[in-house]
Write a protein that binds this ligand. Structure first.
Ligand SMILES: [Fe+2]
Ligand SMILES: [Fe+2]
Length: 156
C-alpha cells in the first residue's frame, strides 16, 4: 500500500469515531480536498507532492477529533508527529517537514518554508473553492488573490 493510502486509512479510522454525521463528512471532505489541492500546488512548484498529500490529510485531524480549534495548528503538529512516529512510514526529516507545515498552517499572514506555504495555500484553496458561490474569508483574500494569479483563475 502506498504511504498516502496508509495515512489515509489511519485518518479515516480516527474520523469514524466522530458521531455527528455532518461533522464527519465535513472532516473527510476538508482533509481530502486540502490533500488534493496540496498535491496540485506541490507539482506546480516542483516540491514533494507525496509529503504535500500527507500534510493535507493530517493538518486538521486534531481539531476534528477533539472538536476544538483552540491552538489547533500547534497541538495538531504534535499529534501528527505521534501518528507519524507510530506509522513509521517517514524519515525523521520528512516527519519534520510535515509537522512544520501543520505547525505553521494557521499563520496565513506570514511566509514560511516551501512546504509550509503549500499547506497554507491548499487550505485557502479548499476554504475558497469547496463552495465557489461563497465569499472568500477576509483574512484569506490576499493569499487567494495570489493563488488566482499563479494558477490563472478568475478571481470574481
Ligand atoms: Fe486548520
Ligand atoms: Fe484546514
Amino acid at each position: 500500500m502506498s504511504r498516502i493510502k496508509e495515512v489515509q486509512k489511519y485518518v479515516f479510522r480516527i474520523l469514524k469515531g466522530i458521531e455527528d454525521n455532518s461533522k464527519r463528512s465535513k472532516a473527510v471532505s476538508h482533509l481530502s480536498g486540502v490533500s488534493l489541492a496540496a498535491v496540485m500546488i506541490a507539482k506546480k512548484r516542483g516540491e514533494d507532492s507525496e509529503l504535500a498529500a500527507i500534510c493535507g490529510l493530517l493538518h486538521d485531524l486534531y481539531a476534528y477529533k477533539n472538536d476544538s480549534y483552540e491552538d489547533h495548528a500547534h497541538k495538531g503538529a504534535e499529534y501528527a508527529r505521534k501518528i507519524l512516529d507510530e506509522l513509521a512510514l517517514t524519515t525523521k526529516e520528512e516527519t519534520d517537514i510535515i509537522c512544520s507545515a501543520i505547525w505553521h498552517h494557521d499563520s496565513k499572514a506570514q511566509t514560511d518554508s516551501p512546504m509550509d506555504e503549500i499547506l497554507k495555500d491548499a487550505d485557502v484553496i479548499h476554504h475558497s473553492l469547496a463552495d465557489p458561490t461563497k465569499d472568500v474569508k477576509d483574512h484569506e483574500k490576499e493569499r487567494y488573490a495570489r493563488l488566482c494569479e499563479e494558477f490563472s483563475l478568475s478571481n470574481s
